[in-house]
Structure formats: C-alpha cells, structure tokens
Design a protein around this ligand. Sequence first.
Ligand SMILES: [Ca+2]
Ligand SMILES: [Ca+2]
Ligand SMILES: [Ca+2]
Length: 469
Amino acid sequence: MKRGVFYLLLVSLVFANSVLNIQQFGSTRVVTHPNYPMPIVISVPSADKNIIAESSITHEWDAPVELHQMANVKIQSISTLIPLAATTSPQIIIAVIDSGLDLNNEQLKPYLFVNSREIPNNGIDDDNNGYIDDVNGCNICSQNGNVTDELGHGTLMASIIAQMSQGHVKILPIKIFDAQGKSSQFLVSCALQYAKQMGASVANCSFGYDSTTEVLRQVVRDVQTQGLVIVASAGNQGQERIVYPAAFPDVIAVASLDGNDHLANFSNYGSFLSVSSIGVGVLGYYPGNQIANASGTSVSAAYISGLLGLISSKQQQQPSRENMKPYIVDIRDPLGTGANLVGWDKYSGDGKLDISEFTQPQNTSFNASLSIGPVLSYPNPIRNYLPAQIGFELNQPSAISIKLFDLAGRLRWSVEINASNTITGYNKISFDGKDNFGNWLENDTYLVLVTADDQRQKVVARHRLTVIR
Ligand SMILES: [Ca+2]
Ligand SMILES: [Ca+2]
Ligand SMILES: [Ca+2]
C-alpha cells in the first residue's frame, strides 16, 4: 500500500470515529455515532427548521467532554458508613450523569432507582430501550447496566445528592465517563435523553467543556422542553470562563463558595451563573467503604441538585428554577472585598440556598462537623491525692481518647472511651491522679489532649492540669 493511501485511510478512520451523522425527517432529527448503535432523536422546534433543510443528511464533529475533577480531595477508609436519612416519598428522580456508582454501598441502596420493566441479568433488553439489563442505571458507552464507578466521582456526587435531599430522591446513575474521566458530547446527549426517558426530572452534570456541538445544544433544549431540569457545575479553573452545559440557557449553573460565603479560589464564574453553594470540604462516599472530603464545583452542583429534590418534594411540585426562588439568599460580598453587590452578580449568581426550615437540628447530619468544647477539670490543681474529673462538651457521641503528657512530652496517662459511652452534651471522665503504672503523678503541670473521632473526622481539644500535693 502506498504511504499516501495509508494516511488517507487512517485520516478517514479517525474522521469516521468522531463524526455525527444527522438525518432530518420532518420535524425530527436522528443523530448517529459510528461507535454507538443507539441513535438519539431530537424534536426540532419549528423556528429551527431552517438550520437543516428537510430530508437532508449533514455531519457534525463530536467533541470531547471532561469530568470536573475535584479541586481537592482527601479519601480515607472507614469501618462503617455514616447513615443517610431514610428514604421517603414523594420522590424526585435525579439522574447523575457521571462515572457510575458503587452499587455495593449499603447506604445508597435505598436511594437507587429501579427500572421495573427490566429483568436483571438475563442479557436481554426487556424494556426495549436500547440498553441491556439497565435495572439500576445505565452505562451509555457499553449499552448495558454496568455502572461500576472506576473514578469515585459519580459515587461522591450521588451521596451528596442523597444526603442533601434528606431522603426525598431516587438516584439514577448514568455512566458516560471512562476510567480516565473522558467522554463525548454524543454520550452526554444520549445520557440526557435516557434520563428523560426513565422519568428523571433533574440531571446533575458535574462536568464541562469550552465549546459545544449543535446536536448537544438541541438535545439540551429538547429535554428541557420536556421538563428535565439540568444542574451543572461552573468548572474548577478559577477563571471567568464560559463552560457548557452550565452556560446553556435555563441550565442551573453552580459556582462554589467557601465556608465564609466567598467565591472559592478554584471556582469559575461569569455571566452564565445561576446560584452558588458550599464547595469546600464537603464529605461524601467513595467506592469501597471510603469517605472523601472533597472540594470543587462538582460538589456544589450536587449540593444544589439534592436541595432542589428536597424543595420540590416538600412543595409537591416538579423541580424547576422557580421552586428555588423562595430559598435564595443574596450574597453581597462574594469576593470578601467589602463590595455590596445587591442581587445577581457574576461571582455568586442569585446567591445560595437557605433550606433551614427543612432541617431538623437533632439530626446528626452527614455534613455536620464533629465538635468538642473546651476541656475543663475539677479540681484544678489536683490536691491532696484526691480524684479529679475531666469534662468536655460534644455535639454528638463519638469515640474519645484522652492523653496526658508531662512537660517533657512523655505520655503519662491515657484512656479510650467508646462512642456508646459518650453523650451529646457535657461528658465527665474520672481521673485518679495516677499514671498508667499506678503511681501518683508528681507535682507538675500536665498537658491533656482530648481527641474525639467519629470515623470521618478527628477533633482535638487541649487543657492544662496541675498537680500539687
Ligand atoms: Ca433496557
Ligand atoms: Ca434484562
Ligand atoms: Ca449578590
């Protein structure tokens, strides 16, 4: 084979793998991708009919899509998953278009969408929707129900959505990202249509790209017309920058705030922003009994999707941007510069959501930070070989470790207390004034470290205790 012919073949192969074929039939367009047998069907508003002539065949390049990887994430293994709220009706179906879901996560199982028209594991597409055995979600790439999460991102988003919804959502995982976090706009289009087809009313899109295909633009408009609300993250480049799908009309575009309600340093922003939400240090599950402390606009989008599910369910309405309005709180100083930006601004959108009327303070929330109050002891100093009590306040029961060091830094006494022996409120521990070998501590000042550990956070409080005999 001549070299020129070889290159021509190679070029046409690459071309064939990345070009969408668009066929027009009256007011519908059928779009196919050479690698994926399932076409997507778009209904075209009449005003658009001139874009492609009737009965025509056109082509468009497909374009790559990248997951919004976390700006920061710390992952740790835990022995027990923190319980989520019990699921309750009415429920809103939220599609999580992402890297899949850890189906072995016991806490997420009650939240999983079930496709009752599909018989599991029989290798047959029973409901004839183009996807085999898609019982608990769908893998668009392999056209089956294998949503194994190779990245963790999808499981994290699903757990944040479940948590923020307080039990009012079902999660429909739709996998479009491979183990490298890559996908394409055709797959996004398929995923949005699948979400709508399965009855989802919200689609969480924690991913983005700078430029968009016309096909995806039309699919977004099409599913929105049918009532699907799209929530998308603004991206993590820390720039004023247009990112899709967040920047499509009527998509709820979400930026990240830090704990002070200021725009997080990694968050993109711009004219397309709708709202903002906490995006720093948010906890969620990772596959394999792990927990992640994550920061990024992905997290913020998931937060808003979950809250939208909660609000809509409480209002007994289909989710919409309008539902959120009564709960929006304006952020006037989104950069912490003392500005007074009343109403919508390009750093925080309309502001953040305040759903405090729905939160139960007694609920030990997944996102509540463990805290320990100041450590006290009585008497202090310890005198005349009398026992003392060490006390501290906890905001939730947790395992406690108390360590007493002398000023040379030597550990002299320690005790471990199970979480079941602690209470929310003031806890008291007896201390007999003796070291771990049973000897009286000599006259000195000692450092007491009290560590509370609820298996996802450790918090430490310090105290000085003096012994005078
Ligand atoms: Ca099916
Ligand atoms: Ca089946
Ligand atoms: Ca504002």
